[in-house]
Structure formats: C-alpha cells, structure tokens
Design a protein around this ligand. Structure first.
Ligand SMILES: [Zn+2]
Length: 102
C-alpha cells in the first residue's frame, strides 16, 4: 500500500504541480502538501526534484534564489501580492527510460 507521500511523489513524476494543486488532488491542506514536499525533496536526489521558481505576476520578478518551497507572500521589487506559486516536478531519468513505451 502506498503512503500519501509516495503517491504525491508519483504524481510529481508524471506532471508538474504547485502546492495548491497537490492539496486539491489529495484532499489535504497546502501546509500539509508543503510538509510532504519537503520530505520528498530530502528523499530524492537533489537534481531530481525540479522546482520552477515562484514569480511575480505584476512585474515578472522570479524568486530564483529562494530555497523555501512555499509561495512567497509579496514581491520584493514591486510589492505586489500577486505571486504565481512555484511548481514542482520529479525527474528520474532511469525510471523514465524504463517506462519508454506506454
Ligand atoms: Zn513584482
């Protein structure tokens, strides 16, 4: 039986998701999704968890240097609170090769 965390990891291997999408998909709070994600991030090879940084919808500022996984509250450049959340994906090359045929 798969644990919830394993299921989230598997979902991320198939498509990129943000915290809100993960929370909706599994019926959990965003805070819980973040907690699972942080554990997943520690358990997979660092290069395999791909995080597309959060960005400001107002001015396009990208939160590239941010290491925390949650969504920033406010843009440091234009102070907008319209922030597009970071998206996550797990990229495991060996596994992808093994699943080459559908
Ligand atoms: Zn901005």
């Amino acid at each position: 039986m798969l644990t919830l965390r394993k299921k989230i990891a598997e979902a991320l291997e198939g498509e990129d998701l943000d915290l809100r999408e993960i929370s909706k998909l599994f019926g959990i709070k965003e805070k819980e999704a973040l907690d699972h994600l942080m554990h997943i991030a520690k358990s997979v090879h660092p290069r395999h968890l791909i995080a597309e940084p959060a960005s400001c919808m107002q001015c396009g500022f990208s939160f590239k240097k941010r290491t925390r996984l949650n969504t920033p509250g406010r843009c440091p450049v234009c102070k907008s609170e319209q922030i597009s959340p970071p998206r996550f994906k797990i990229n495991i090359p060996e596994k992808r090769a093994a699943q080459a045929s559908p």
